[in-house]
Every structure is written in structure tokens, then in C-alpha cells.
Design a protein around this ligand. Structure first.
Ligand code: KG4
Ligand code: ZN
Length: 358
């Protein structure tokens, strides 16, 4: 299964990709629905599924068009089966089943979170072929998966053994950034908007309280989110249509981004010290954040920190194909494959038992 066609429709990107040997991107097509959902301030699930139905055949055709030999060169079909929006996942899973069944190809089902992690194995498109590619990530490693729906710390011993050792107990980091961006009148998705606004602000101008859940590797973001709401209301009152012109948007964005980043960095550093690991990987949409990358590298040195190029941090199908390649037969799915909107990665009951030879 060298050449894998992958499909990703878990949220609001309709994506298809062809990847060879888990690392070499032949095609990576992403049709974003962001403009469609913007006026609702977030993803409108029913609209997302309908748009996936409309766009997916075109996106897959475009990906296959870039592959020498076309359909006959495909060895397997991979698809995200969770977590995500049920209706959106169903569109991708059924489309993948149709292709796999009609061409007699193996069907592979992937967890979206695991796929985000495998974006770190991909060689970015456009890299000079004369340049030797980065070596593959070295196990054992620690991954921080930070997206719109998830904030997980995952220990990976190898491709088969991986365990969630900590996760958010309330909002995901990306969700908190999106919600605060909305309070500041910034468009969806809020993470990149906060990063842009923060570039003109002073992070120390405002101190947000930080939740430190001692004795666990878990995170909490609802406290700082509420603090941001109170702060915004202190400028605008709680009117329905608040006047945002008096808000120090850049300073709030910079301080909030810093609070989120420091919360993520603290737990990642704690976990990196507790386990013998060779690398730390960042994955998921929030891993595109420049301040997070920089702060993580500074705090973890000399442990190497790796993250995908920005466009491979956010949802795409190349990462699904990479995960499918390295998971191999473990990802093989039956024809009755279903979707799992709440799918997670295995969580260990007891973290201490991992620290000795996990
Ligand atoms: O992984 P992703 O594309 O979709 C999910 O699986 O959720 O992540 C989307 C999240 C959104 O919350 C978005 O605001 C955030 O990633 N994001 C960022 C940046 N780019 C995307 N957050 C902070 N800084 C960024 N540059
Ligand atoms: Zn994602």
C-alpha cells in the first residue's frame, strides 16, 4: 500500500490527497468552507455536509489528476471516520467506500487526531528535491495536539503504541481562541486573527489568570475565556450590539494568546521532563501559531521541537494518507465502517505506570 488516496471531511474543509510511501505528497487539495460559515461565526453543520457532497467529487478528481497513472496507480483509500461532525464524516466515509468497493481497493479508517500527528512525517510540497528530506520523527516522542476541538498530550512509543496522558477538561485551545476572537469582533476562525492582532499588542498589558491543574497533565481554558469576557464587558457593558471601538484589541489578543501559549507550554514541559522522549511534536490547527512554536522551542531546549509547515497543521488529507501508510493493516476497515463523532485516542488510566518502560 505505497500510494494512498486519502479523504478528509470531518469539519469544514473538503480535502483529498495522494501521498506515496507516507511522506511524499503528490497532490494535496483542500477546499475551505470558511467563507460560507463566516456569517454564522462558526461551522454550521448541515451546511458543511451539503457543501462536502457538492465539492468532494471535484476535489478527489483534482487529486487523482495529479497522479501519474491516475486511478490505476492507487493502492488503497483512506478516510477520516472520527472525531468530527457526524454528517460531514458520513459524506467522506461513504464516498471512500464507494471508490474502494468499485476499484477493489483496501479501505482504511483513520482517527483525525492521529492524522494531525502524522502531518509531522510529511515532506512539505515544493521542497527542493535535491535537498535531503528531514529524517522521520524519532520515537519515543511526546505530541501536543491542539486544534479547534482537541487539546491532548499524547505519548507515542512507536506507530502501534500511543496513549493520551492529558487533555482539556473543558474548552479546546483553538475553541477558546475562536470564542475570544468573536468577543473582539474578529472573524472566524479566530486563531489566526488573534495571532495577527497580537503582533501589534503588548502581552504584559493585561494579566489573565492561568489554570494550573496540579498532579495531572490536563488543561483548562474556560477560566481565562470567562476572564476575557468580563474584561471585554468592562469596556462595552453587556449590550447586545456592543461598541467595540474602545476595546484595546491588540493588547487583549496578545495577552490572551500568551496565557493560552504558556498554559500549553507548562504542561508539555512537565510531561517532557517526566518521560524519556527524544522529540516533542506539535500538531493541529493551533500548531500554526508562531508564538506557540517559539515559546515551546525556548522552553524545551535542548529537546528538539518539530511541527508541520502551516498549511499542513490545519485540516488536510495528506496527513490522513501519512497516518494510513504508517498504521498499515491496523487501519484496515470493513465495508460496514461507521462514523464516530466522539472518537478519541486511547487514554491511560494511570500515567505513573507509563514512566517506567511505557
Ligand atoms: O486542526 P484544525 O484545522 O481543525 C480541527 O480539527 O479543529 O484546527 C482549527 C483551529 C481553529 O480553532 C483555529 O482558530 C486554530 O486552529 N488556528 C490557529 C491558527 N491557525 C488555525 N490558532 C492560533 N494561531 C494560528 N495561526
Ligand atoms: Zn483537525
Amino acid at each position: 500500500m505505497r500510494t494512498i488516496l486519502a479523504i478528509e471531511t470531518s469539519c469544514d474543509e473538503t480535502a483529498a490527497a495522494v501521498v506515496v510511501a507516507g511522506r511524499h505528497i503528490v497532490a494535496n487539495v483542500v477546499a475551505s468552507q470558511v467563507q460560507l460559515h463566516r456569517k454564522y461565526g462558526g461551522v454550521f453543520p448541515e451546511l458543511a455536509s451539503r457543501e462536502h457532497v457538492r465539492v468532494l467529487p471535484l476535489v478527489v478528481q483534482e487529486a487523482i489528476g495529479a497522479l501519474t497513472g491516475g486511478w490505476s496507480a492507487v493502492d488503497a483509500v483512506a478516510v477520516t471516520h472520527g472525531p468530527g461532525l457526524a454528517g460531514s464524516l458520513l459524506v467522506g466515509v461513504n464516498f471512500a467506500k464507494g471508490i474502494a468497493f468499485s476499484l477493489g481497493l483496501p479501505l482504511l479508517a483513520l482517527n483525525h487526531l492521529l492524522s494531525h500527528i502524522y502531518a509531522n512525517w510529511l515532506i512539505p510540497e515544493g521542497q527542493d528535491p535535491a535537498e535531503p528530506p528531514e529524517p522521520e520523527p524519532q520515537f519515543p516522542l511526546l505530541v501536543l495536539v491542539v486544534s479547534g476541538g482537541h487539546t491532548d498530550l499524547v505519548l507515542m512509543r512507536d506507530h502501534e503504541h500511543y496513549y493520551t496522558i492529558g487533555q482539556t477538561i473543558d474548552d479546546a485551545a483553538g475553541e477558546a481562541l475562536d470564542k475570544v476572537a468573536r468577543l473582539l469582533g474578529l472573524p472566524y476562525p479566530g486563531g489566526p486573527e488573534i495571532e495577527r492582532a497580537a503582533a501589534h499588542g503588548v502581552p504584559d498589558a493585561i494579566q489573565f489568570p492561568r489554570a494550573r491543574l496540579r498532579g495531572t497533565y490536563d488543561f483548562s481554558f474556560s477560566g481565562i475565556k470567562t476572564a476575557a469576557l468580563r474584561l471585554v464587558q468592562s469596556y462595552t457593558g453587556d449590550e447586545q450590539e456592543p461598541d467595540l471601538s474602545r476595546l484595546p484589541i491588540a493588547n487583549i489578543a496578545a495577552a490572551f494568546q500568551e496565557a493560552v501559549v504558556q498554559t500549553l507550554v507548562e504542561k508539555t514541559v512537565e510531561a517532557a521532563k517526566a518521560f524519556e522522549i527524544r522529540e516533542v511534536l506539535l500538531a493541529g490547527g493551533v500548531a500554526a501559531n508562531g508564538r506557540l512554536r517559539e515559546a515551546m522551542k525556548a522552553a524545551l531546549a535542548p529537546i528538539p521541537v518539530r511541527y508541520p509547515v502551516r498549511r499542513l497543521c490545519t485540516d488536510n488529507a495528506a496527513m490522513v494518507a501519512a497516518a494510513a501508510y504508517y498504521q498499515g493493516d491496523r487501519a484496515r476497515a470493513p465495508w460496514e465502517l461507521d462514523v464516530y463523532p466522539n472518537l478519541s485516542l486511547p487514554r491511560v488510566a494511570s500515567v505513573p505506570e507509563l514512566s517506567t518502560g511505557y
